[in-house]
Design a protein around this ligand. Structure first.
Ligand SMILES: Nc1ncnc2c1ncn2[C@@H]1O[C@H](COP(=O)(O)OP(=O)(O)O)[C@@H](O)[C@H]1O
Ligand SMILES: [Mg+2]
Length: 310
């Protein structure tokens, strides 16, 4: 494995100060580093002590981000960890990959579409530009109020921000970013975020608290190109550690190809091309439930990550 990058800087001590800084730091601000914070507390063995580990998953569309997020979440939950899963890709169905039936998912609405809730928490009308609204809305009760649960894990769906794209300075975006900042900085749980190819939802300060960004690739040049772009974006944002996960791998030559094309980035592990993953999709269950091989392979990825973060 090649060397991983580490952020630098200090963590302000007061929780509110840290939280506020995380959500809305200007680009020139110093990068905050969660591991420094943990080290200061004498707690740098995040996996073994059960202190929350924050994992963001990105990559080109179709490479298997949602599959990895779903199986990893189920695996961690089966080991007794508390897991909050965030579906941050509007074009995704993380619930399906976790194995949450559609009827249950229908009972929760994407956060970005909850007009009254966003108005109540931010003090602003949805879609209002130029008006006043709170930059530090209350968000800590969102996982309890707006999630669907399965076997020890909880899923929150963020949904699409309609106007102006993810970068807009509008109440719904402020709420989503504040929510993610809260999850990454304050929570003592595993947080797994299934993201888009971009890193839209991560603010600069928040990014430094992501323990690991996993970029999923398949053996193909287009996914490598996207991986390089995501890596470059993550460096700008100050994400401390970035790893590659290979998916739809058919043999050692695919792994060599990934290592060769992404030689500057550590390959955390890989998942084989599997007919059972497609079958799970057809049956409406998680690959975790029917595919021993993916369970083993994702288990090895989780173990590798634990080692890397130790
Ligand atoms: N290891 C695999 N073997 C076979 N099919 C896979 C594998 N991983 C993902 N797929 C399939 O590829 C498609 C895209 O996967 P998905 O996880 O939704 O990707 P993403 O979230 O990156 O868009 C789905 O149909 C999924 O079932
Ligand atoms: Mg997806």
């Amino acid at each position: 494995m090649t060397t991983v990058r580490h952020g630098k800087g200090e963590t302000p001590s007061h929780p509110f100060f840290r939280f506020a800084m995380c959500a809305f730091l200007p680009p020139c601000a110093p990068v905050l580093n969660r591991s420094h914070f943990l080290t200061a507390l004498g707690r740098n063995d995040t996996f073994s002590q059960g202190l929350g580990v924050k994992i963001a998953i990105s990559g080109k569309g179709g490479v298997g981000k949602t599959t990895l997020a779903g199986v990893m979440s189920r695996l961690l939950a089966s080991q007794g960890s508390r897991v909050v899963c965030i579906d941050a890709d509007p074009d995704s169905n993380l619930a399906g990959a976790i194995g949450i039936p559609q009827e249950e998912l229908d009972q929760i609405r994407p956060l970005a579409q909850m007009k009254e809730f966003i108005e109540e928490r931010t003090g602003a009308k949805k879609g209002a530009y130029g008006g006043f609204f709170k930059l530090n809305p209350k968000v800590d009760d969102i996982p309890d109020q707006f999630s669907v649960a399965k076997d020890g894990l909880r899923l929150v769906v963020l949904g699409t921000i309609p106007q102006g794209g993810g970068g807009c300075f509008c109440p719904e975006n402020v709420l989503l970013k504040a929510f993610l900042a809260h999850l990454f900085v304050e929570r003592d749980e595993y947080v797994i975020v299934d993201m888009e190819a971009g890193l839209e939802h991560l603010g600069r300060g928040t990014s430094a608290y992501v323990d690991a960004l996993l970029i999923v690739v398949e053996p193909g040049r287009r996914s490598f190109q996207t991986a390089r772009q995501i890596n470059s974006l993550s460096q700008d944002l100050g994400v401390p550690r970035v790893y590659i996960v290979g998916n739809k791998v058919t043999g050692p030559s695919d792994i060599e190809m990934i290592e060769q094309h992404l030689s500057g980035l550590p390959l955390l592990g890989s998942i084989s091309l599997s007919e059972k993953v497609a079958q799970a999709d057809r049956l409406g269950v998680s690959p975790y439930d029917i595919d021993d091989q993916i369970r083993r392979e994702v288990g090895a990825i989780v173990a590798g990550l634990a080692d890397a973060l130790r």
